[in-house]
Design a protein around this ligand. Structure first.
Ligand code: GLY
Length: 395
């Protein structure tokens, strides 16, 4: 590349860096406003841009994401002390980093009893975003114990005959989302040197890979087993368009979850699956980088996009690009992630909409139930900030 090319690359990188820094500062401002307005409230999705409303939860899986964002702000400000001046809350100096740690602890602590929660399949979402991050900061063994217990509780969902972790919906049901939660079992297995926990995590990944991930890298949301025989019966869905369609968030849960599982297990089959999902995303998503809520939705519904899927894809690809051996593939995932983030920051962050309380507009929670459609959603906010924090380490 000649000098002119180098200058263009440098200009693009500096522009991205500035945009991402402004966005992470805006995210801090929005979260600060939220906790001032509704102290100790754990929101899930907005309604008309407002976090507090009477809309149903469907299932309680999101409480880790708000404190998780606070841990990310703390980490980001620790790595980029110069950014203290850029936070849009009028404060400067180390106060911000300290502020976010205090808030992160305040919002993480009430979640501890959920380490024994057997009602949900989401203990990875809840504890990897909170107590795991807290432990990384302080190395206090009591914090690690909470994460390890969450891993053990999660493993109790294992169905021996079908070799899968059951979803919250029913005994015979597996969700693609569980790939984001199997990591807490891998972590507990590694730290406790527990072969049985590792076996459960590996078996669940193999079962998901076999029955929910299709040959073209697309994914089904849910699968149903025969509880008598353990035989797999059919693909179906709760949040997607159809059982045989590809719900975009499920695809990105799979992309990210298999990347994490390959990091823990070093099993090349899991890396291959993460890449297949990423490649499906890249080849089927419009050039904006933001996918439809379901890739197979009818044409009139396909213009409904899900920015939360895009945020998860960006964060997942930023992990994946470090795992793949082919540098060209690594570059493809890195540049796709940056492109997605650029697109989200430019078109979906309500910088100039003082009434909108979220960070990222255009998420879709549950279309069939009419919950959180074209709204801010807490997991979208969390994975968006996670991806920005990861990207800014290298820009
Ligand atoms: N049920 C998890 C999700 O909405 O992605």
């Amino acid at each position: 590349m000649g000098r002119a090319g180098d200058a263009v690359i440098q200009f693009v990188q500096e522009t991205d860096k500035k945009l991402f820094e402004e966005t992470i500062a805006f995210a801090q401002k929005q979260v600060k406003a939220l906790i001032e307005k509704h102290p100790d409230f754990y929101p899930m999705y907005t309604d008309g841009g407002r976090w507090k409303h009477e809309g149903a939860a469907w299932t309680h899986w999101c409480d880790g994401f708000l404190p998780g964002m606070m841990w990310l702000f703390h980490k980001y400000l620790g790595r980029h002390p110069q950014s203290h001046q850029k936070t849009a809350n009028g404060q400067s100096g180390n106060g911000d980093s300290k502020f976010w740690m205090e808030q992160a602890i305040r919002y993480s602590k009430p979640l501890e009893p959920r380490k024994n929660d057997r009602e949900v399949h989401d203990l990875g979402f809840i504890f990897l975003s909170t107590y795991y991050r807290w432990f990384q900061v302080t190395r206090d063994p009591a914090l690690q114990q909470v994460v390890l217990q969450a891993g053990k509780t999660m493993a109790m969902r294992y169905n021996e005959k079908g070799q899968f972790l059951r979803s919250f919906a029913a005994e015979d049901s597996i969700f693609i989302d569980i790939m984001m939660n199997v990591g807490v079992i891998f972590y507990a297995a590694r730290e406790l040197n527990d072969k049985r926990l590792r076996e459960i995590a590996v078996r669940h990944c193999l079962t998901t890979r076999r029955f929910l991930v299709r040959g073209d890298g697309s994914t089904a949301h849910e699968g149903i087993f025969d509880l008598e025989t353990g035989e797999f019966l059919r693909q179906t869905t709760q949040q997607g368009f159809r059982g045989d369609s590809c719900w975009s968030r499920g695809l990105t849960w799979s992309l990210y979850g298999f990347a994490v599982s390959s990091e823990y297990s070093r099993d090349p089959r899991f890396l291959e699956t993460a890449e297949a999902c990423a490649d499906y995303y890249i080849t089927h998503t419009p050039t904006s980088g933001i996918p439809p809520w379901d890739y197979n939705a009818p044409a009139e519904e396909r213009s409904l996009l899900d920015t939360s899927s895009a945020a998860i894809a960006a964060s997942g690809m930023l992990r994946l690009c470090r795992l793949v051996s082919d540098p060209l593939k690594g570059h493809l995932y890195w540049s796709t992630a940056i492109h997605i983030l650029r697109s989200l920051c430019t078109h979906y962050v309500p910088f100039k909409e003082p009434e909108w309380e979220g960070v990222l507009k255009g998420g879709v929670y549950h279309l069939a139930k009419g919950l959180g459609v074209s709204e801010s959603v807490m997991w979208g906010e969390y994975f968006f900030v996670e991806a920005l924090e990861q990207a800014l380490r290298f820009l």
